[in-house]
Structure formats: structure tokens, C-alpha cells
Design a protein around this ligand. Structure first.
Ligand code: PEP
Ligand code: MN
Length: 338
């Protein structure tokens, strides 16, 4: 951390900064230039509150040198993390596609969806039992009953299940039903108590980016999970809010490339919630893979026009098959496979 003093700084003000750093157990390295004086902090800057230094007289700016995310940064680990879900690896050479309905509706719907997911060659299945809906009057998900239905359908095809956790009170049910991957949705990316709870267990977590979160905030959210001891984290870019209203969100492909460089965690993309339209899913999927995504989270439904939730962005079983073929070509072009 570097503390930049203003041009009229006095010796007393410099001493006050040095003493403040020492009170934190840190050292200080003073450098007097012809125009400016700067003070370098010696020690772990992450333990120092920048605001406290900015508030001192004579301080113009305080710059951090280290990444605020300690465990998830590339600085901490150079090699890619590969998250292993019952032998299925996310973050390796193979691009994994997680597909399934937006929400769990009935056993018949989930059985048909599981058949479609498996037939297309996808190795993991998604489906929401607890749904974060904009309106309290919309379908809120089947809840625990939905977890049972999902488990049964997915087990029939030997597919690990990926489902969203919205509240710490649901965690016991998730563990009871052996949820293979816990999804933290965009609206809960900064629900720090929820992040801490999933950090205490070993279940892999898909951490969706908040729809208005910076990449740094997203990585700090991942750091919350990692700090608790759970390093099985998969980041998911699902589109961000912009001024545009013609489509649901903007898939931030720049963030995919950036996050891959900035962290060692696998990064996947959700083309369904990004575009919000079925026809956009293939092109956004190819784009995400070209940008370096390690996988996709895709909504599919056996009969999209009857879906209880997000009908307009769901692929049917046939379209999912086609998507798999299309992305195989893209994957091969960049030396990966599906
Ligand atoms: C979902 O994947 O079902 C979902 C609700 O996504 P998001 O949190 O990205 O809106
Ligand atoms: Mn959805």
C-alpha cells in the first residue's frame, strides 16, 4: 500500500501517518520527492482499512498494491483450479454444459428434461427448486418437494444436480438431498452470510455474478466462500444490466476473459439469462467459449412454451442437441472439446 501525501504536507502529518501504521502493527517507508512525499506500508496491507488512512490530514490518496482477493487470485495460485463433481471436471480441457429447466415443475417434466439433457451429451443437470422471482405473486418454486423430484429425475440418468440456494435455512435440505452443486444466484452474490455458510461446507458452488457487480466485487464474493475453506468455486457470468432494453442482459465476455486471467477458478457462462431469448443462446454460447469459458449453464425444457418460468429463453431437447454440435466446433477451434 502506498500513501500519497499532498503537496503542502507537514512533518507532523507525516509522523501521524507513520504512527497510525505502527498502531496497526505495520512498518512505514518514507520517500521524500522534490514535489511529493509518499509512504510505503510494510506488512499485510489487507489488514489495513484504507478509509482510516484517507481520513488523516495531509493524505491525498491511498493506493493498494496487492489484490484484495487473496485466495482466489492468480497471484496466490498460478495453475487453474479444476472442480471435480463426481468425476466430472470443470476447468479442464473439456467444456462442460449444465442444462435443464429454469424451475422444477413436475416429476414428468423433470424426467423428460433429464432424458433430453443426457441425450444431448450434457453431463450435469440444472433446475431451480427455490426460485428468486421479481414478483411475489409469481411461482416461487416447488421448494423441498422440488429437490426430491429433481434428485429422482437426475439419478435416473446419473446426472449430478445443480440447484440454487437462496437462504441459509434451506442448506440442511440441500445436504440431505445430496445436491451436487449449489448455485448462488445473481441476486445473492453479495449475501455475505449465505456465502459464509457455503464456505463452511465442501459442496462445489457456482457463484453467479451480480447483475450490477464489478468483477472485483464478484471475486471478493468468491473470496468469502474460499476464506471459509471451500475452494470448490465456479464463477458464472450471466449477463449484466446496461441501458439497453432490447434484450435481457448483456453477456460480458470481457469479464470472462478478465476473470480467467485474474483468478485460477473455472469460469462458466449462462447464455440463457444473458440474452433472455432462445434464438440468442447458440451465438452467446459460442462467444462465451471463444472468450475462454470453461462451461455453460443453459436452460432447456421438454416443452418450452409450457414452462412455468423463463419460457422464452429455454431450448427444447432438439435445440440442445444442436447446440452441443455447434459448440463442439467452436471448442475444437480453440483446442478444447465438449
Ligand atoms: C437461474 O439460473 O435460474 C437464475 C435465477 O439465474 P440468475 O440468478 O442469473 O438470474
Ligand atoms: Mn431462469
Amino acid at each position: 500500500m502506498i500513501i500519497i501525501m499532498n503537496s503542502h504536507v507537514t512533518d507532523n502529518e507525516i509522523d501521524a501517518v507513520t504512527e497510525k501504521l505502527e498502531s496497526f502493527g505495520m512498518g512505514a517507508h518514507l520517500s521524500r520527492g522534490t514535489e511529493r512525499t509518499i509512504i510505503g506500508l510494510i506488512g499485510d496491507e489487507r489488514q489495513v482499512d484504507r478509509e482510516l488512512l484517507l481520513a488523516l490530514p495531509g493524505v491525498e490518496d491511498v493506493l493498494r498494491i496487492l489484490k484484495p482477493y487473496k485466495i482466489v487470485s492468480r497471484e496466490a495460485q498460478e495453475s487453474d483450479t479444476i472442480v471435480d463433481i463426481n468425476g466430472i471436471k470443470i476447468g479442464g480441457q473439456t467444456i462442460q454444459v449444465i442444462a435443464g429447466p429454469c424451475s422444477v415443475e413436475t416429476q414428468e417434466q423433470m424426467d423428460a428434461a433429464a432424458a433430453g439433457v443426457a441425450a444431448a451429451g450434457c453431463r450435469l443437470m440444472r433446475g431451480g427448486a427455490f426460485k428468486p422471482r421479481t414478483s411475489p405473486y409469481s411461482f416461487q418454486g416447488k421448494g423441498v418437494e422440488g429437490l426430491k423430484i429433481f434428485r429422482k429425475a437426475a439419478d435416473g440418468k446419473n446426472l449430478p444436480v445443480v440447484t440454487e440456494l437462496m437462504d441459509v435455512r434451506q442448506l440442511d435440505s440441500f445436504l440431505e438431498h445430496n445436491v451436487d452443486v449449489i448455485q448462488i444466484g445473481t441476486r445473492n452474490m453479495q449475501n455475505f452470510d449465505l456465502l459464509k455458510e457455503v464456505g463452511r461446507i465442501k459442496t462445489p458452488v457456482i457463484l453467479k455474478r451480480g447483475m450490477s457487480a464489478t468483477v472485483s466485487e464478484w471475486l471478493m464474493a468468491a473470496e468469502y466462500i474460499a476464506a471459509g475453506g471451500n475452494h470448490n468455486i465456479i464463477l458464472c457470468e450471466r449477463g449484466v444490466r446496461t441501458f439497453e432494453t432490447a434484450y435481457r442482459n448483456m453477456l460480458d465476455v470481457t469479464a470472462i476473459a478478465f476473470a480467467k486471467r485474474e483468478t485460477h477458478l473455472p469460469v462458466i457462462a449462462d447464455p440463457s439469462h444473458a440474452g433472455g431469448k432462445t434464438w440468442m443462446v447458440p451465438v452467446l454460447s459460442r462467444t462465451a467459449i471463444a472468450a475462454g469459458a470453461d462451461g455453460l449453464l443453459v436452460e432447456m425444457h421438454p416443452t418450452p412454451c409450457e414452462a412455468w418460468c423463463d419460457a422464452d429463453q429455454a431450448l427444447d431437447a432438439e435445440q440442445l442437441k444442436l447446440l452441443m454440435a455447434e459448440i463442439s466446433v467452436m471448442a475444437e477451434a480453440i483446442g478444447r472439446k465438449v
